[in-house]
Design a protein around this ligand. Structure first.
Ligand code: APR
Length: 313
C-alpha cells in the first residue's frame, strides 16, 4: 500500500516532446518515459538524463527515461503523442497527412498493446485527422482519446488579446471552436476581459485583426522558424490537459473530441469545449451559437471532414 507515482509516456521526443518532459517534471505529474524511433533512441536517453540532472535545481522528483521499446511504456496512465513530422515554411498541416498517418499507425499499435488504459492526447498534425486515425486504429473508447488543438488556439487568442489591450492574460477568458486550421472559430461574443465583454473594450477592427492572427498563429511561427513549428505553447497546452486528468482538476478545455451529435456533428474529431476529469473526456459542452457563428462552424466542419476522409479509416 502507499503512494505510487503516475506514469506518463511521451511518444516522440523532438521539440514538443522534450519541452513536455520538462514541464511534466516541473509539475511533478509522475514518472516520464520518452519513446522515439530506434535511430533517435540515444538522443532521447540523453534528454532524459539531462532532465534527471536538472532535478536538484528544478526541485522535482521523477524517474525520467528514454527508449525506443514500447514495452517500457507499459501501464502508462497518460500517453502524449507528438511523433510525426512538423511543418516547414510554405506547407499546410494537410501536407503532412500521408507521412504522419504512417507514423500514427505505428504508434497506435504500440500504445494499444502496452498502454490500453491510458488517457491519450494527440498533437501530431494534421491534428483533427490524426486524432481520428489514432482513435480508429486503437479502438479505444471516446473518453480516452482527445487531440490537443483548442487548448493552444485558445491560448493564442487570449495571448493576442492581452498583448493588444495591455492587460493581464490571466483576466482574458474565451474559447475557440473548430478544426486546427485557418478556419477555426474564435468566439469574440463570448470572450471577456476581467468580466467585461471584449466587444466593449476593443473595436471591431481590433477584434477582426486578433481573430485573424489567431487563425494564422501557427503559420506565423512556422514562417519565423523556416523549418519546424511551435513547441513551447503546444507542450504546455498538452500538459494542462494531462494535469486535469491526472489530478481530476475538472478543467474545461477546448479539445479535439469525438462528436456524436454535438453541434450536429457525427463521427468527427473537432475542437469543442470539454470537461476533462479523472474519467478522461467526461462531457462536451454545447454552446448556443448565433447564425453567423454557426456559418463559420459549418465551414471548419467541412474542412475537417475532408481531411479526415483522406485517412480512409
Ligand atoms: N515513433 C516514435 N517517434 C517518432 C516516430 C515514430 N514512428 N516517427 C517520428 N518520431 C519522432 C521523431 O524522431 C522526432 O523526434 O517524433 C519526433 C518529432 O519531433 P519534431 O520533429 O521535433 O517535431 P515537433 O515540433 O515536436 O512536432 C511534432 O506535433 O505539432 C505537431 O506538426 C507537429 O506533427 C508535428 C508534431
Amino acid at each position: 500500500m502507499g503512494f505510487e507515482r503516475k506514469k506518463i509516456a511521451l511518444i516522440g521526443g523532438g521539440q514538443i516532446g522534450q519541452v513536455l518532459a520538462m514541464i511534466a517534471s516541473q509539475k511533478e505529474l509522475g514518472d516520464i518515459v520518452i519513446l522515439d524511433i530506434p535511430a533517435y533512441e540515444n538522443p532521447v536517453k540523453g534528454k532524459a538524463l539531462d532532465l534527471m540532472e536538472m532535478a536538484p535545481h528544478g526541485d522535482y522528483d521523477a524517474n525520467i527515461s528514454g527508449t525506443s521499446n514500447y514495452k517500457d511504456i507499459e501501464g502508462a496512465d497518460v500517453v502524449i503523442v507528438t511523433a510525426g513530422k512538423p511543418r516547414e515554411a510554405g506547407m499546410t498541416r494537410e501536407d503532412l497527412l500521408a507521412v504522419n498517418l504512417k507514423i500514427i499507425t505505428d504508434v497506435a499499435s504500440g500504445v494499444k498493446q502496452y498502454a490500453p488504459k491510458a488517457f491519450c492526447i494527440i498533437l501530431t498534425n494534421p491534428l483533427d485527422a490524426m486524432v481520428y486515425a489514432f482513435y480508429k486504429l486503437t479502438g479505444f473508447p471516446r473518453h480516452q482519446v482527445v487531440g490537443m488543438a483548442g487548448a493552444l488556439d485558445t491560448a493564442r487568442w487570449r495571448a493576442f488579446i492581452a498583448m493588444e489591450l495591455g492587460v493581464s492574460v490571466a483576466d482574458v477568458a474565451g474559447t475557440v471552436l473548430g478544426g486546427h486550421g485557418p478556419d477555426m472559430v474564435p468566439l469574440p461574443r463570448l470572450t471577456t476581459v476581467g468580466g467585461v465583454p471584449l466587444a466593449e473594450i476593443a473595436t471591431k477592427e481590433q477584434i477582426d485583426k486578433l481573430a485573424l492572427r489567431t487563425r494564422e498563429a501557427g503559420t506565423e511561427i512556422v514562417k519565423l522558424f523556416g523549418k519546424g513549428s511551435a513547441f513551447f505553447s503546444p507542450a504546455w497546452s498538452a500538459a494542462t490537459m494531462a494535469e486535469s486528468y491526472l489530478k481530476d482538476k475538472k478543467r474545461i478545455i477546448a479539445c479535439a473530441a469525438l462528436c456524436q451529435g454535438e453541434y450536429g456533428i457525427n463521427g468527427l474529431f473537432i475542437g469543442v469545449p470539454c470537461l476533462i476529469t479523472a474519467k478522461g473526456l467526461e462531457k462536451i459542452y454545447e454552446i448556443k451559437l448565433t447564425e453567423e457563428e454557426n456559418a463559420l462552424l459549418q465551414k471548419t466542419i467541412a474542412s475537417v471532414k475532408k481531411t479526415t476522409e483522406e485517412t480512409k479509416l
